[in-house]
Design a protein. Structure first.
Length: 327
């Protein structure tokens, strides 16, 4: 795979200049598997607990009390079965009520800046970091950094600043997180709510996967200083946001399931035994064809190392959007 080919081009679009030593994320191809691939899952319901973020992005050596970076095989089967059921529901609804299947999508974004106080150290990051983050998202999801173009673009609708020390830092899976999201989340399934702040356990971010029933927990949590131009060394070019929104759009980590099973459910991301950190060029942890997808946004490498989604990931995200989030 090698180093990111056009990092400087990507960062030129309104993003504060920082060093190229930065960190994070993963990979895979094909539309959603046929319904028969989901038959092993019981009942077609997603059993993912609302407060369990099995898709968090973590720094090397992060001190999380649990390892929140991949789903169990059972959770994957249940999620895949639920997606198949949601697609069948959607097809029936279209046939009876004329609902449309979308090929291109502009996602409205509401950003909630959670602050302890009015200082930068207390979470009061400038608007410029947020607008730079939206630029990075639009480049990444349009294929402008070297990967496949996806159907998605992002439109910043609102920045909501909230000073509440009881929500700062944002603690993964806590009652305070639930209270924060229940109080602040706005919009329907198609609205991306991003929560920015200092995070617990040295985490960089986490996200919810799409579900048929909208939950108040729906959204993405991102370390505030991981935004482009922030202070999170090696993770401050905005790709934590890119990575977590990938989860919100139904992507798994490239290392999901290790070397066996269905992996991340995408056929054009090579199997990977475990997360990759930093930028280990030439890493190959599985015997299947292909080097580890260390440049994929859904791995755990430095921001400076990751630059792409695959065509299969683009297809998977659009399929899930049409099943879960399209109006």
């Amino acid at each position: 795979m090698g180093p990111r080919p056009n990092l400087l081009t990507r960062r030129a679009a309104g993003v504060a200049s920082t060093t190229l030593a930065l960190l994070l994320s993963t990979a895979a191809v094909g539309v959603v598997p046929a319904a028969s691939a989901f038959s092993a899952a019981p009942g077609g319901a997603c059993a993912e607990p609302a407060d369990s973020h099995a898709n968090a992005r973590v720094k090397p050596g992060a001190g999380a009390t649990h390892e929140p970076n991949e789903l169990t095989a059972k959770q994957v089967r249940e999620r895949d079965a639920d997606l198949a059921a949601a697609l069948r529901e959607r097809a029936n609804f279209r046939a009876g009520a004329g609902a449309t299947t979308l090929a291109t999508v502009t996602i409205p974004v509401v950003v909630h800046v959670i602050q302890r106080d009015s200082t930068r150290a207390g979470g009061n990051i400038p608007d410029s970091l947020i607008t730079s983050q939206i630029s990075v998202l639009n480049q990444a999801y349009a294929g402008g950094t070297g990967g496949a173009a996806t159907a998605f673009a992002f439109r910043l609708d609102k920045i909501n600043r909230v000073t509440n020390p009881s929500w700062y830092p944002i603690v993964d899976g806590s009652s305070a997180e639930r209270s924060m999201k229940s109080s602040l989340r706005v919009g329907g399934k198609n609205t991306l709510n991003i929560y920015l702040g200092e995070l617990s356990d040295d985490l960089l971010g986490w996200a919810t996967f799409p579900q048929r029933k909208l939950s108040s927990m729906d959204g993405v949590v991102v370390l505030n200083e991981s935004l482009p131009g922030g202070t999170a060394t090696n993770y401050n070019q905005g790709d934590t946001g890119t990575h977590e929104i990938g989860h919100w759009l139904n992507l798994y980590h490239t290392f999901q399931g290790g070397c066996g099973g269905s992996g991340d459910g995408v056929s054009d991301t090579p199997a990977e035994a475990s997360p990759a950190y930093e930028c280990p060029t030439g890493r190959n942890t599985c015997s299947a064809t292909g080097l580890d997808p260390i440049t994929n946004f859904m791995d755990y490498t430095y921001d400076s190392c990751m630059y792409q989604f695959t065509p299969g990931q683009a297809s998977r995200m659009l399929t899930a959007w049409n099943a879960y989030r399209a109006a």
